[in-house]
Ligand binder design. Structure first.
Ligand code: GYE
Length: 336
């Protein structure tokens, strides 16, 4: 079983995660009422979701809800609207309701110890999903299921290095990068920046000339890009921490009378359908995949921890990356 869990491929997860999609609605505003997708199973899970900020997040929520139904897990679902205080409230309410297991995707890395200690005292196991916490006390959670965001940033940076010739769009010998980061303090924002910087440091002609948060939203990406276009000269490339921000940047670039993907190159992370469509049209140049379909693996882990079985402390999802040709090939089958 252990081995099976570790070797589930993205493909298998995709198939499983989409089999019973779109089954339930979610609460909002940090309340933690029943999300309605759970069956009448033995396990009750309280799931404190980050929000609904991106296409990735929507696919992730659907995957969790569908997998809970499939596994007969009674799911209590809450949407924190990207606010840590709402997630903390939701977790406290799950503790009060004496759920069997709490799963959550921490909006930012720090500030969780107190509420996680409360869960521990109540003997409710916690599973981190998608994003990690930064805490010295690893006994506060059983496992962390999700992507390696540093590797994602490295893949993006490596592509910029490997394509240095064409990325220097004005051919003046330097590649001026503007970075639209994810939510400040979030694991994927911290790690995607780090991984990217690791790789581009190999080529001194590549420079990040400006960096600002777009909060992982399309609107945020658009606003930040509008500001960059006013404040920066000679932008060659945008590195956006997710597709939605990149799609917002496309709108800003087009509104300024330029061609995204040509006059300014764009590299993003996620590979949701809208991003892949823009990639296939040549408006985005490269996308690093981040798999949102974590539901089936999460339910498998939940069953194990509630049964007192050992689980690996880290389960990393498998992912790839796409250029324009590859995007064209997989787009028709892309479900999210
Ligand atoms: O990349 C972004 C979302 O935590 C991996 O959150 C996730 C990120 C994802 O808003 O689109």
């Amino acid at each position: 079983m252990f081995k099976q869990l570790m070797t589930v491929t993205a493909g298998v997860v995709i198939a499983g995660g989409l089999a019973a999609c779109g089954s339930s609605s979610s609460d909002s505003g940090g309340s933690s009422g029943s999300g309605g997708s759970g069956g009448s199973g033995d396990i009750t899970m309280g799931f404190a979701q980050v929000g609904a900020e991106s296409g990735w997040r929507t696919a992730n929520t659907k995957s969790v809800q569908a997998a809970a139904k499939e596994a007969g897990v009674d799911l209590k679902f809450s949407d924190a609207q990207q606010k840590q205080e709402n997630q903390i409230k939701a977790i406290r309410s799950y503790i009060q309701q004496k759920v069997d297991v709490i799963a959550f995707s921490p909006v930012v890395e720090t500030g969780w110890d107190t509420v996680l200690q409360e869960a521990k005292r109540a003997k409710i196991p916690v599973i981190l999903t998608d994003r990690a916490v930064d805490s010295d006390d690893t006994s506060l959670y059983k496992t962390f299921l999700g992507s390696d965001f540093v590797v994602e940033g490295q893949k993006a940076g490596q592509w910029v290095v490997d394509n240095a010739d064409t990325n220097d769009v004005d051919k003046n010998g330097s590649i001026n990068v503007v970075e639209i980061t994810g939510t400040t303090g979030a694991a994927p924002a911290i790690d995607r920046k780090k991984g990217f910087e690791d790789k581009i440091s190999a080529d001194p002609s590549i420079k990040i000339i400006a960096s600002q948060t777009g909060d992982f939203t399309r609107d945020g990406g658009k606003k930040v890009m509008e500001a960059f276009l006013k404040s920066q000269k000679d932008i060659d490339l945008v590195y956006a921490h997710n597709d939605d921000e990149g799609l917002g940047a496309i709108e800003a670039i087009e509104a300024a009378g330029m061609k995204p993907g040509v006059d300014i190159k764009i590299v993003t992370v996620d590979a949701v359908k809208d991003g892949m469509t823009a990639l296939s049209e040549g408006k985005i140049n490269y996308i690093v995949e981040c798999n949102p379909l974590l539901g089936p693996q999460l339910m498998e882990l939940a069953k194990k921890v509630t049964a007192g079985e050992d689980v690996p402390e880290r389960v990393v999802t498998k992912e790839t990356a796409f250029d324009q040709e590859q995007a064209k090939q997989v787009l028709a089958d892309r479900q999210y």
